[in-house]
Design a protein around this ligand. Structure first.
Ligand code: PMP
Length: 421
């Protein structure tokens, strides 16, 4: 598989070798790397990517769930072009920012007030800062294997190199989908804990949905122990017009957003209860400082408005139908070939695991055969399907039934190879 890949992607290989001379790893994103070397993409067109060698791929990665309307969507381009013609950023209020803030406050139940930043990393960092300031406590509980970006607090559990040990002292991790574990920790520590931060559906850990009642149980516990609840909806906002909190009807105190709300441009946002968010009001005598030269810039806001407009009930229903079709097709293949694989899915987010049972938390994903996931990834690329190296797929609204059929066929052909391993 790797040989066939290298054969098809000579120009990407040359680009990678040139890039490595000036950037460690040949890129600026750990998550976009895979072996033997990543593709150099020259263009994105609707649901497709074109690489430097002229190969075409159906994009089931969509910049890790950001480009939910595919690439170069005409409605987004139209808005962005208009924004560009007005100058891109100036230190003042701009109308587009108010419009996008209005849209998000109206759509997401837990967001009464919102502020923008430039990444999901900043969004979770400021949501945590707000929770700590509001409660005057330092402790944060996260889920084992939960990904909230790359700031120190977010990474102290999963990737601790370079993170001071004293940062990790305030961070506690419990398994997802385990209310009892959370309660045991709260019984011991609640007085030190500012907030619980959780992705309502675990994303990077492997698209792991909450078991029935889990999120409700969490909400009830944090109320009982007087701790704030932060939902990281950076990936899950796409699950309904109001995000996972709307889908599962559990409202957090604070929410972190990013990805789709920027229509393909750098973005983040954090919002929540008005009393907590008012900490950021600089008109108050004491307030939390929140700077950022490009926060709420016109181009991102314009693209975000278009992206949210395009993600209406009709688009969500279509995504659900297509994703169901993809899941069913994959299941049929897995059953027929009897490969040790399972699928988890919520809405248009899906993950292929090489485990007998669908995982329900991070530790159960560790049983997955990483070698087979890596092989599937390259086999799929060789058949024109671009997914996340570890097995995550997500759909865009510009996909059609025939794209899904194509993907199921490529998945079946790839699994045929894997079944013989
Ligand atoms: N939280 C979650 C749940 C994410 O999936 C990500 C990005 N994959 C982040 C936070 C960080 O977002 P960004 O890459 O924009 O910093």
């Amino acid at each position: 598989a790797v040989q066939a890949y290298s054969h098809r992607t000579q120009k990407s290989k040359e680009m990678y070798e040139a890039a490595r001379l000036v950037m460690p790893g040949g890129d600026t994103r750990t998550t976009a790397f895979f072996r033997p070397y990543p593709l150099t993409v020259s263009e994105g067109v609707g649901p497709e990517l074109h690489d430097r060698d002229g190969n075409r791929y159906l994009d089931f990665l969509n910049n890790y769930t950001s480009t939910i309307h595919g690439h170069a969507h005409p409605k987004i381009i139209e808005r962005v072009n208009h924004a560009l013609s007005l100058g891109t950023s100036y230190a003042s209020v701009i109308e587009e920012q108010i419009i996008l803030a209005d849209v998000l406050c109206a759509r997401v139940p837990g967001i009464e007030r919102i502020r923008f930043c430039n990444s999901g990393t900043e969004a979770t960092m400021f949501a945590i800062r707000a929770a700590r300031a509001f409660t005057n406590r330092a402790g944060i509980i996260k889920m084992e294997g939960g990904y909230h970006g790359t700031h120190d607090t977010a990474q102290s559990e999963t990737s601790s190199m370079g993170v001071p040990a004293r940062v990790a002292e305030d961070i506690y991790a419990v398994p997802f989908n385990d209310v009892e574990a959370m309660e045991r920790l709260l019984i011991q520590r609640a007085k030190e804990i500012a907030a619980v931060i959780v992705e309502p559906v675990m994303g990077s850990a492997g698209v792991i949905p909450p078991l029935p009642g889990y999120l409700e149980g969490l909400r009830e516990l944090v109320n009982r122990y007087d701790v704030l609840l932060i939902f990281d909806e950076v990936q899950t906002l796409r699950l309904s017009t109001g995000g996972a909190q709307s889908k599962y009807q559990v409202t957090p105190d604070l929410t972190a957003l990013a990805k789709i709300i920027g229509g393909g441009f750098p973005v983040g946002a954090f919002g929540g209860r008005a009393d907590i968010m008012s900490l950021f009001d600089p008109a108050q005598s004491t307030s939390l400082s929140h700077g950022g030269t490009f926060n709420g810039n016109r181009v991102t806001m314009a693209a975000g408005i278009a992206s949210m407009e395009l993600l209406d009930e009709h688009a969500l229903t279509r995504l659900e139908t297509l994703a169901q079709r993809l899941e069913t097709g994959m299941h049929e293949t897995i059953e027929r070939l009897a490969v040790p694989a399972s699928i988890t899915r919520t809405g248009s987010l899906l993950h292929v695991h090489f485990t007998e049972q669908p995982p329900i938390n991070y530790s159960s994903t560790l049983l997955s055969r990483n070698d087979l996931a890596a092989l599937l990834h390259i086999e799929l690329i060789n058949r024109g399907i671009f997914t996340a190296p570890r097995g995550m797929w997500n759909l865009s609204t510009v996909m059609t039934e025939s794209h899904i059929e194509q993907a199921v066929q490529a998945f079946t052909d790839s699994m045929n190879v894997i079944a013989k391993c």
